[in-house]
Design a protein around this ligand. Sequence first.
Ligand code: SF4
Ligand code: SF4
Length: 319
Amino acid sequence: MNRRDGGRFRTACMDIEYGQSDCQIGIKDMEKNIVRQISEKLRESVPGNVLCEDMGIRREHVGKRMYDPPLVGFGSAGDPLFEAYKKPGVIGPWHMSPKEWLSDAETVVSFFFPTNREVRESNRTARRHASDLWAYARIEGQAYIAAFMEAVACWFRENGFDACVPSSDPRWQKMFAGKGITGYPEITDASFGSRWSERHAAYVCGLGTFGLSKGLITKKGMAGRFGSVLVSAVFEPDPRPYTGIYDYCIRCGACAARCPVHAIDMTSGKDHTKCMECLNASGKVLAPRYGCGLCQTGVPCEDRIPRRTEQPDEVRDRA
Ligand code: SF4
Ligand code: SF4
């Protein structure tokens, strides 16, 4: 980054003021704080996080907020983990590195939007498929997060940097049961994934570690959604306060017990095919939406890093 003073940032669609630098913190931290300030402003100014009648939802949910303020993490675009992700059995060779998305990428900025408490609570009592609120957050909420990510990229571009949002890039592809991405002999009917994994990017950026259910457990828990932007600006990577990919998972099995189709196994982990079939079935009930997320709610890692001594029932009993 090269802008160190507070000031005002304008684009065609927004007008944002951000604060003066703080002499008590290092330049590198200050620059990351500017991005955090901008993110906070954008979170408020980008429309779509509050449910409205135009979305075709149940009237009683109008005015409810889907996502809380995001966690923001910074990682190096050259982190060797991105090459490791290409290995078969990790993600696969179809996963694109930051520099394949953006040739002059220097930094990955990852965001985790925790699901709002009311949405989480509504899903805790769900047994077969997502609650209405959870499904809104899955579909309309994802549209809001996509718009937010584009606004962040827009801010970087207006300030003289290159930026790319992989999830909205035309090269982005998703693979279900071996379909959607072609050209790799490693692909089988059991292959699931995409050209860019938000959870794996968040792991690099210090935001959290994986759970048995394959979600990422952050300090605000697992219930939420991720987004990321790749930028040519240089930021100091955030430290990763963990060493193992499952460090925050206490292997309590609550997610396996919550799964309506027994897609999570304590030994073999998550069966993506069963999960996909469950999500497809939910579309018949929740149309035009779909969703589940039962393994992310009513579990000890729902909204925080679980304590090692925690029992699965504790979180369900919490008010
Ligand atoms: S519910 Fe328990 S086993 Fe499942 S991901 Fe969370 S901490 Fe791990
Ligand atoms: S693994 Fe899939 S089907 Fe099972 S609870 Fe999680 S989202 Fe639902």
